[in-house]
Design a protein around this ligand. Structure first.
Ligand code: PRP
Ligand code: 7HP
Length: 191
């Protein structure tokens, strides 16, 4: 059976992070977070959909007691650029008051989504709130949001795979890649 790299060779320009690189870093992050939360219980809050692969792998390296919560949000405004105003589509099932919250994201780009979410969650009076992201694009930051755990800093390029999509595709690709420009042009033509 051909692998994803072979199957998608006409669509992928470059693999930016391999499956092995991701797996190694996710394990390291899990170990670091477990050390930091020693003796505490953590509520892992993950944001659908992009973070699903990352959070599923990350929690399997957490050795402290944890529960898993999901939020679904949608940005108002243009589809390609975050507006900073976020609509809650699915809220947490549990209260986070007095609890240690770890927000897990796949990517921080402008920071607008997370900045909004952070304020929203802080208003609910958690005992602590930290943020973990697999990918960070520092060049794109529009608002300063404190990030406690970063998997990888990446340059300002649109990436897909390991949960991240372009037009809902490529989330299932096990590595992180940059697409060929033709892929975007094709979508623009209505393909
Ligand atoms: C992505 C990502 C973050 C946000 C980051 O979500 O998961 O939530 O964009 O962008 P920002 O830092 O510029 O606000 P997206 O809206 O693509 O939804 P998805 O996770 O369902 O793909
Ligand atoms: C959101 C997003 N989704 C996929 N790939 C990227 O590079 C992204 N930045 N912000």
């Amino acid at each position: 059976m051909p692998g994803f790299a072979e199957l998608l060779k006409d669509e992928i320009q470059e693999i930016v992070l391999s499956e092995d690189q991701i797996a190694r870093r996710v394990r390291e992050l899990g170990e670091e977070i477990s050390r930091d939360y020693q003796g505490k219980e953590v509520v892992v809050v993950s944001v659908l959909k992009g973070a699903v692969m990352f959070v599923a792998d990350l929690v399997r390296h957490l050795t402290v007691p944890c529960s898993l919560e999901f939020m679904a949000v949608s940005s108002y405004g243009a589809s390609t650029d975050s507006s900073g105003v976020v609509r809650i589509i699915k809220d947490l099932d549990e209260s986070i008051e007095g609890r240690h919250v770890l927000v897990v994201e796949d990517i921080i780009d402008t920071g607008l989504t997370l900045n909004y979410l952070r304020e929203l969650l802080l208003n609910r009076k958690p005992a602590s709130l930290r943020i973990c992201t697999l990918l960070n694009k520092p060049e794109r930051r529009a608002v300063d949001v404190p990030v406690d755990y970063v998997g990888f800093d990446i340059p300002n390029e649109f990436v897909v795979g390991y949960g991240l999509d372009y037009a809902e595709r490529y989330r299932n690709v096990p590595f992180i890649a940059v697409l060929r420009p033709e892929v975007y042009n094709k979508r623009g033509e209505g393909a």
